[in-house]
Design a binder for this molecule. Structure first.
Ligand SMILES: Cc1ncc(C[n+]2csc(CCOP(=O)(O)OP(=O)(O)O)c2C)c(N)n1
Ligand SMILES: [Mg+2]
Length: 394
């Protein structure tokens, strides 16, 4: 699917509802924006609580493109998990189950929008056009994160929970001060974080700053129900999207396993931000199907029936069911996508195994753009330490 030019119609925040096909989440939760049910049925449009009408208007090719994205990011992610299991990566944080939340929001970004990820946003990274090998270099420990955030408008992965929301808010305030908002071509910023991160001071502080300075921000929370082993009920007594009201900006919950609804809601929030209407919070309601990371064993803290219930809401299965029912794709198409995914994952594996080990002192490169005497001192110390092993068997 062409980046930045998706055939979507989402109507303005105050637009009167037209053909009201469903209030937010007719199919189940009354608070959830959904355009594609788990069975693959299309809901034509959904009217949000403030009267915004959410709908998408993709071409057949674009619907198929979204499906391709979902399958590819899942396959590449599975390959990374396998590589970690074989000792080729130090750790991996899988996106399994969260493909629609990431592809829907990632494709909703316009070229000029800036994204601030956590450590799990491999699907958004893919949508930004970054080579998927980049995060594998990071988790293999041979790279410090190899992409240029300014070139791809996608910042470095952030492991410190919630910290990137402050970076994003500062960046958003900066672009507003530079006069880069207020038009159709204006810029907007999106910050990704998890349900657990909503308990962090940093996230709440960024809500305050974004709210009072009307920053062009979209806070995109992937509520995957867990923060490692801590379930959602240990983070909040109210639905997370309702937190936004206390900070003075709108919040909305979308079915994060529905790529169409996630796209529509994110595109609308970004457009509101770029037009100077300030921040909003999106809670993408989803589920982490795998472990927190490859260092975690989720069978210790959650039951199999819960995982099975979410399997029935799988984001890829529902898109496949939709394409099949609407005769937008046939068996040949699905086989061709699977084959592409297989080829790309083999290619990824080959390239990871061929990644060279870096010179150990490159650790000290790029700490500061213009260097620093203290870092140089540390580099020399470390070099002497390495030299002390020369000639020994270790
Ligand atoms: C400031 C900080 N505290 C603790 C950690 C350890 N930690 C890593 S991931 C994680 C849970 C995050 O959960 P959530 O925000 O829901 O994101 P998810 O991993 O589920 O995507 C924690 C506590 C950390 N990385 N940073
Ligand atoms: Mg979580």
């Amino acid at each position: 699917m062409a980046k930045g030019d998706p055939g979507v119609t989402t109507r303005g925040r105050r637009a009167a509802p037209r053909s009201k096909k469903a209030g937010a989440g007719k199919a189940g939760d009354p608070e959830l924006v959904q355009l594609l049910t788990p069975e693959g049925e299309r809901i034509e449009s959904v009217t949000g609580p403030d009267g915004t009408e959410y709908r998408v208007d993709f071409t057949d090719e674009e619907y198929r493109g979204l499906y391709r994205d979902l399958v590819l990011v899942r396959k590449l992610d599975a390959e990374a998990t396998a590589l970690q299991r074989q000792g080729e990566l130090g750790i991996w944080a899988s996106l399994l189950g969260q493909e629609a939340a990431q592809v829907g929001s990632g494709r909703a970004l316009r070229t000029q929008d800036m994204a601030f990820p956590t450590y799990r946003e491999h699907g958004v990274l893919y949508c930004r056009g970054i080579d998927p090998i980049m995060p594998l270099g990071l988790f293999r420990g041979v790279d410090q994160g190899g992409w240029d955030p300014n070139e791809f408008k996608f910042n470095m992965y952030t492991i410190v929970i919630g910290a990137q929301t402050l970076h994003a808010t500062g960046y958003a305030m900066g672009i507003a001060m530079d006069g880069k908002t207020g038009t159709d071509d204006g810029e907007a910023v999106i910050a990704y974080f998890g349900d657990g991160a909503t308990s962090q001071g940093d996230v709440n502080e960024s809500f305050v700053w974004a709210g009072v300075f009307n920053a062009p921000m979209v806070f995109f929370c992937q509520n995957n129900q867990y923060a490692i082993s801590e379930p959602l009920e240990r983070q909040t007594r109210i639905p997370l999207y309702q937190r936004a009201a206390g900070f003075g900006f709108p919040g909305i919950r979308v079915d994060g396993n529905d790529v169409l609804a996630t796209y529509a809601v994110t595109r609308q929030a970004l457009d509101n931000a770029r037009h100077g209407q300030g921040p909003s919070l999106i809670e993408a309601y989803t589920y982490r199907m795998g472990a927190h990371t490859t260092s975690d064993d989720p069978t210790r803290y959650r039951i199999a029936s819960e995982v099975e219930a979410w399997q029935a809401k799988d984001p890829i299965a529902r898109m496949k069911a939709f394409l099949t029912k609407q005769q937008l794709a046939d068996a040949d198409f699905f086989a061709e996508v699977d084959e592409q995914a297989r080829r790309e994952s083999v290619h990824l594996r080959e390239r990871v195994l061929a990644m060279p080990n870096p010179e150990p002192t490159t650790l000290f490169d790029h700490v500061y753009p213009n260097g620093s005497p203290l870092v140089e001192q540390q580099r020399e110390q470390f070099s002497r330490y390495l030299e002390s092993f020369e000639g020994s068997a270790h």
